[in-house]
Design a binder for this molecule. Structure first.
Ligand SMILES: [Zn+2]
Length: 230
């Protein structure tokens, strides 16, 4: 059968705490490989926008301030994967978040004839993550982003580019950041353990460094699995 002869694209799973910078790394790799970038946040937003049944179901949970259940997320992933060409590489960014999602993802991938090629774990010390997140300020007028610790504006609270008043996202306030990091540790540590038990390749990358250096290591890590399939 043709589908069996055609090689499936590689599936890469990127894990790491909020603020570790994996999204930035993902976007670069996606551009370079013409891969598809899948984050559950994007999937949820798209499903809501398109008003699909799944999207409305997910919206209901969010409106009630509840977490969207794993099975709904997995259904969204399944529908999305079925629309991506078999040969195209897929980069999962910050998904799976829980062990149940990881187990579910494996079976979803099986149904579409794919498998995870590599799991890449980005790591950085908590105090760096705290500063990266709680120091983040953005300009609502021009979209410029600053960090009060690492790249502050010349005048506090004011955008260098347009003079707009800088704002902090509610998500990035100190207590919320600590809580987000704690939730990550509680939920995702078991996911990492799951992959360590079930996967041959899991790469750990220290992300507490220059973005370029991190990207070099990231490319080295994924190069191995891309070479195997091409
Ligand atoms: Zn601005």
């Amino acid at each position: 059968m043709a589908t069996e002869l055609s090689k499936s694209g590689t599936v890469v799973v990127l894990l790491g705490p909020p603020g570790v910078g994996k999204g930035t790394q993902a976007v670069r790799l996606v551009d370079e490989r013409s891969a598809v970038h899948v984050s559950t946040g994007d999937l949820l937003r798209a499903a809501r926008r398109e008003g699909t049944d799944l999207g409305r179901l997910a919206q209901g949970y969010m409106d009630r301030g509840e977490l969207v259940p794993d099975r709904v997320i997995l259904d969204l992933v399944k529908v999305h994967l079925s629309m991506i060409d078999h040969e195209v590489d897929v980069i999962f960014d910050g998904f799976p978040r829980t062990t149940d999602q990881a187990i579910g993802l494996d079976s979803v991938l099986q149904t579409v004839g794919r498998a995870i090629g590599i799991v890449v774990l980005f790591e950085a010390p908590d105090d760096t993550l705290l500063k990266r997140l709680s120091g983040r300020r953005s300009c609502p007028d021009c979209g410029s982003v600053y960090n009060t610790f690492f790249s502050p504006p010349s005048v506090e609270g004011s955008c260098d580019r347009c003079g707009g008043k800088l704002v902090q996202r509610a998500d990035d306030v100190d207590e919320t950041v600590s809580r987000r990091l704690q939730v990550y540790q509680e939920q995702t540590a078991p996911v990492i353990a799951f992959y360590q038990d079930h996967m041959a390749s899991i790469a750990r990358i220290t992300a507490d460094r220059d973005v370029e250096d991190v990207y070099v290591d990231f490319c080295d890590a994924v190069e191995v699995v891309f070479r195997e399939v091409s």
